[in-house]
Design a protein around this ligand. Structure first.
Ligand code: PMP
Length: 303
């Protein structure tokens, strides 16, 4: 794939559709220096964005937490996302809205910067092949921890929070792992770098960390609903790293990851069990995913 600054089609940029290559910003943009930016990661299946309203709501809540007054309404953003998917001719793809402070002020204070809004959407039909997903991905525990809610806006999908995710994921990939398990500031199991985590301990129930210092993912909430439909009890609680050795199956959930089983965490191995398979199938069904014949092994993990 070419670089992301040169793709076919258009980007919705402050209310207008501009040719993809021309959707640029100045190097002195506040967001680039001070991380004054929130974004979303959405997926379209069969030309329809899954849970668009929920994604837009999280985006606006994040902008609000960051003190950014978005010059569009959520309804206008939803319409723009839908329109872009149509204009870009996307059937199965990824949608990335982003809101950031511009270059009108340079310094920590930035009250008078323009609040910019853009949306990009591109084809992304591929996901892990059934074989790759069934093997489970390999995680390494990160040395970086999710921060306490007193030190960062932890419930916003804010760009600054991804600094430690990139550092963590690079360290994991350098050692041949696919992603990281991140602990939180207290040493509790929290999530991966762009996905939430669920565990089963062989009792037919699902356990997942309470999202008190990381995103309560939209996929996470969907999977909790799907589990309930199957009468699987979901327990949200504190999970300690030394419990991992007792887990029988583990999977991640996220817009990009969808439901992805975990095969390894550090020196522990897990099998892909029945509950993981049910949740994968149920999730594929609820998003309206096309049959697996159309899948391939492109694992580009946008989040
Ligand atoms: N945690 C982090 C850090 C993420 O980036 C994401 C992806 N947005 C998630 C969890 C999962 O959230 P969602 O299911 O809403 O995509």
């Amino acid at each position: 794939m070419e670089g992301f600054d040169d793709q076919p089609g258009h980007i919705w940029y402050n209310g207008a559709l501009v040719p993809w290559k021309e959707a640029t910003t100045h190097v002195l943009t506040h967001a680039l220096h001070y991380a004054s930016c929130v974004f979303e990661g959405e997926r379209a299946y069969n030309g329809r964005i899954f849970k668009l309203v929920e994604h837009t709501e999280r985006l606006f809540n994040g902008a609000d937490v960051m003190g950014m007054d978005v010059p569009y309404t959520p309804a206008e953003m939803n319409a723009a996302c839908d329109k872009l998917v149509e204009v870009q001719g996307i059937t199965d793809g990824y949608v990335r809205p982003v809101i950031w402070r511009g270059s009108e002020m340079m310094g920590v204070s930035a009250q008078d910067t323009r609040i910019n809004v853009a949306i990009a959407a591109w084809d992304w039909p591929s996901y892990f092949s059934p074989e790759a997903r069934m093997k489970g991905i390999r995680l390494k525990t990160s040395e970086w921890r999710r921060p306490s809610p007193e030190t960062a806006p932890v419930h916003a999908k804010a760009a600054g929070l991804y600094m430690i995710c990139t550092l963590s994921k690079h360290a994991a990939e350098a050692e041949g792992f696919d992603d990281c398990l991140m602990l939180d500031w207290r040493g509790h199991v929290s999530e991966a770098t762009g996905a939430n985590i669920f565990l089963s301990f062989g009792d037919g129930k699902l356990h997942t960390p309470t999202p008190d210092c990381f995103l309560n993912g939209i996929t996470r909430q969907t999977v909790i609903e799907l589990a309930k439909r199957r009468d699987i009890e979901v327990i949200e609680r504190t999970i300690m790293p030394d419990e991992l050795k007792d887990a029988t199956e583990i999977f991640l959930t996220g817009t990009a990851a969808e439901v992805t089983p975990v095969g390894v965490i550090d020196d522990l191995s897990f099998t892909v069990g029945e509950i993981s398979k049910w949740m994968m199938d149920d999730y594929d069904e609820i998003v309206g995913k096309q049959s697996p014949e159309n899948s391939n092994e492109d694992q580009s993990a946008t989040e």
